[in-house]
Design a protein around this ligand. Structure first.
Ligand SMILES: Cc1cc2nc3c(=O)[nH]c(=O)nc-3n(C[C@H](O)[C@H](O)[C@H](O)COP(=O)(O)OP(=O)(O)OC[C@H]3O[C@@H](n4cnc5c(N)ncnc54)[C@H](O)[C@@H]3O)c2cc1C
Length: 365
């Protein structure tokens, strides 16, 4: 611990760490110094991206400017990426070559794109992650190509919403959604799956089941070539960034950082991790914005308690929080929660209200 008090380093300012910044704003920062490492000026809220593709939101309505928050929370900011971490000597390595020492560190850098690993490379392939790069690529597809036919790879919630977003974008392209061998929205209740299936059908989105891959420049499912496509979007789930494993942090077989119920990293109690980069070892927690957001206040509490030398740390319980509101981009939303699946206009109004309220909470400073 330095003579000026302890140093907390936050890596990433996305869905999970906004909760920590919010806590510092509300209660004042804890003693010592907080340093943020985050390359982006704005936090991109993923839940509004399909609506943005369909012209329901302007880009800036879906983002939160970080500078006013960080300034008001008395946080020092390195606008760059972390590229490594020494968990024993408590040091983060930045892409600039600098090293930042910490007493406590919290990692919420999100997931990494992995579409080209799974399906191969192609100049038309646009991975949903990182999401800001996706939005830039989608903008240029719309500006230059007026897409007529689009493939979406991935049958999970992200892929389904991307299909709705693309289908209702300016040129109203034909959309083919390629769900993997587990089919549409695996892990969601059967009734929600049926409601989603019906809506895809109603919007004339063709759904294919099977593993997509590129073969000699053509997108294939099994032995069937599906071309032509003007753009190929992929939402094939979150991959893990490579540096946590290379840094000697404990990771699961996919490279996600292993954490327990207090979000402390296994074997390194002075390091916490949450959101898409983390994997709970005691209970299944889906990689989703909802869980990342709800884990934020737990990170904040535990950072404060660890600094105070307390051992009564808070735990994050995922139970009852696995809800998802799909935007059909046609004035309705589909709720998937517990055993429920339901489509309604009022659900779209509710989603819009929740999304805008969340953005507003962090804006206008
Ligand atoms: C199109 C789409 C729609 C979605 N819709 C929903 C939805 O409706 N509901 C839902 O629950 N979930 C949704 N999700 C999932 C949700 O976006 C993620 O689960 C959530 O963003 C994870 O939050 P996080 O805090 O872990 O990471 P993020 O919010 O991704 O934040 C990570 C931050 O870390 C920064 N960063 C990355 N690497 C580094 C580094 N090396 N050093 C420092 N900083 C770094 C990034 O710039 C970023 O700001 C959606 C995802 C997509 C792609």
């Amino acid at each position: 611990m330095s003579s000026d008090g302890p140093t907390i380093v936050l890596l990433g300012a996305g869905h999970a760490h906004l909760g920590v910044i919010d806590d510092w704003l509300k209660q004042g920062p804890p003693e010592g110094r907080t340093i943020l490492v985050e390359p982006r000026d704005e936090m991109q809220y993923s839940g509004m991206v399909p609506g943005w593709m369909a012209g329901e939101y302007r880009g800036k309505e879906t983002r939160i400017a970080l500078e006013p928050l960080v300034r008001e929370a008395w946080i020092d900011w390195h606008r760059c990426r972390a590229v490594g971490l020494d968990p024993v000597h408590r040091e983060v390595r930045l892409e600039t070559g600098e090293r930042v020492a910490f007493d406590l560190c919290s990692i919420a850098i999100g997931g990494a794109g992995r579409a080209d690993n799974l399906v191969g490379t192609d100049p038309r392939l646009i991975d949903i992650r990182p999401i800001d790069a996706f939005m830039e690529s989608w903008d240029s597809v719309e500006d230059t190509a007026t897409p007529r036919r689009i493939a979406v790879i991935g049958g999970g919630a992200g892929g389904v919403e991307l299909a709705f977003g693309a289908r209702n974008s300016t040129s109203r392209p034909d959309v083919v959604l390629i769900a993997g061998e587990h089919g549409l929205i695996p892990g969601h209740p059967a009734i929600a799956r049926r409601v989603v299936e019906r809506e895809l059908e109603r919007q004339d989105i063709i759904v294919l089941t099977g593993e997509a891959r590129f073969d000699d420049g053509a997108l294939m499912v099994g032995n069937e070539a599906l071309e032509p496509f003007d753009a190929i979007l992929a939402a094939v789930g979150s991959g893990a960034p490579s540096w946590p494993r290379a840094s000697g942090l404990p990771v699961d077989e996919d490279g996600f950082i292993r954490v327990g119920p207090t979000q402390q990293v296994e074997g390194f109690p002075h390091i916490l991790a949450a959101g898409d980069v983390a994997r709970r070892t005691d209970v299944r927690v889906r990689h989703s914005g909802v869980h990342a957001v709800y884990a934020g206040p737990v990170l904040a509490k535990n950072l404060r308690r660890l600094i105070a030398g307390r051992s009564d740390l808070a735990t994050y319980s995922p139970f009852g929080k696995d809800f998802y509101l799909f935007n059909t981009c046609r004035g309705t939303s589909i709720l998937s929660y517990g055993p429920l699946g339901l489509k309604a206009r009022w659900l779209r109004q509710l989603k819009d209200w929740l999304d805008r309220r969340w953005i507003a909470r962090f804006s206008g400073r």
